[in-house]
Write a protein that binds this ligand. Structure first.
Ligand SMILES: *[C@@H]1O[C@H](CO)[C@@H](O)[C@H](O)[C@H]1NC(C)=O
Ligand SMILES: *[C@@H]1O[C@H](CO)[C@@H](O)[C@H](O)[C@H]1NC(C)=O
Ligand SMILES: *[C@@H]1O[C@H](CO)[C@@H](O)[C@H](O)[C@H]1NC(C)=O
Ligand SMILES: *[C@@H]1O[C@H](CO)[C@@H](O)[C@H](O)[C@H]1NC(C)=O
Ligand SMILES: *[C@@H]1O[C@H](CO)[C@@H](O)[C@H](O)[C@H]1NC(C)=O
Length: 279
């Protein structure tokens, strides 16, 4: 394998109500992923806490000084890997965020992404779920370099906003990682579709990392953590139990696709444009 190729591991963690147990399981699986050759490892959305607005304040921690983050930093260093810390509820200045951190092999914080698009729905008599009642939105695009490639980050609902992924591609990202917990309706219909769509629109690798399914939880996640290549092909996919999904990322495939179907150079930027309004 060329030095720019690498093995990615997605940890479809079983998340329960005991925070230290969640973190402990995550650390053990990170070690397993490393033993099995991963250089980049990612955890799911909300991996130290059950998913739900009523849990966020109880489970929230400081980033990067909280205990969960400190354990992630240590794990990245001990295993000599790039570690994408799924997401945790973050508390900062009295505000809560849904936050993904990325750590380098020296234990350094490489990036901090606060979920940009908050999920609010209210269908009377059916379902009400308002993240914005408890969470604040981030306003930053978040990407970082590894020796293998540039990685962009989004969280769950962020995956539905194609402009964000397009901008990451324009910024040079070759892999986008979205920790996310789709539900039992949107999961089967949209999870793989959106991952493959973002991969195909932007000709890059996509990884979606879900928690494992807990049937009696308040929020039942679809699972199916998935890696898609720049052709839109599913390279690896979990079912719903706790497991690690492995994928060998070959970046020459990305260059081949971009040469074979040159959409980025043939886009008609003279008649339309996608641009970032903030830095
Ligand atoms: C982080 O690790 C330490 C040492 O093992 C442990 O005491 C602590 O509970 C862990 N933090 C969390 C949030 O689980
Ligand atoms: C939570 O998990 C930790 C680590 O596995 C364990 O030591 C502790 O006893 C658990 N707490 C409860 C209340 O079950
Ligand atoms: C984290 O801790 C360091 C060292 O104590 C401090 O300088 C920094 O401000 C803290 N960061 C946050 C976000 O609290
Ligand atoms: C987001 O961007 C603003 C402006 O560049 C910066 O002040 C802030 O620290 C960033 N927040 C995070 C979480 O990176
Ligand atoms: C999942 O979320 C969708 C979109 O908000 C909603 O329409 C649906 O009822 C939810 N499904 C379940 C099983 O909660």
């Amino acid at each position: 394998m060329s030095s720019r190729n690498f093995r990615l591991g997605l940890i479809q963690l079983l998340v329960g109500h005991n925070k230290s147990e969640n973190v402990k399981r995550a650390l053990n699986l990170i070690k397993t992923a490393k033993t099995n050759g991963c250089q980049v490892v990612a955890l799911p959305e909300c991996f130290n806490s059950p998913y739900g607005t009523k849990y966020f304040s109880e489970y929230a921690e400081n980033v990067p000084n909280g205990s969960t983050c400190q354990n992630l930093s240590k794990a990245a260093k001990e295993n000599n890997i790039y570690l994408i810390g799924g997401s945790i509820p973050e508390i900062d200045g009295g505000k809560l965020y849904n936050t993904c951190t990325a750590w380098g092999p020296s234990g350094e914080l490489l990036a901090q992404h606060r979920k940009v698009h908050l999920f609010d729905i209210d269908i009377p008599g059916k379902i009400t779920f308002k993240e914005s009642e408890t969470l604040s939105a981030g306003s930053n695009f978040t990407f970082f370099d590894t020796p293998f490639c540039t990685v962009g980050l989004g969280i769950c609902y962020d995956l539905r906003f194609e402009t964000m992924a397009r901008i990451y591609q324009k910024k040079g990202c070759q892999l986008l990682i979205y920790p996310g917990a789709f539900n039992m309706t949107t999961g089967p219909l949209h999870w793989e579709l959106l991952l493959r769509a973002r991969a195909t629109d932007n000709q890059l690798f996509m990884a979606g990392v879900s928690p494992a399914r807990v049937e009696n939880a308040d929020y039942v996640a679809w699972g199916h953590s998935t890696v898609v290549d720049p052709w839109g092909k599913v390279l690896a996919k979990a079912e719903f139990d706790e497991e690690i999904v492995y994928a060998d990322i070959d970046l020459t495939a990305l260059e081949e696709v971009r040469k074979s179907i040159p959409i980025s150079v043939q886009s008609r930027d003279d008649i339309y444009e996608v641009k970032m309004l903030t830095k």
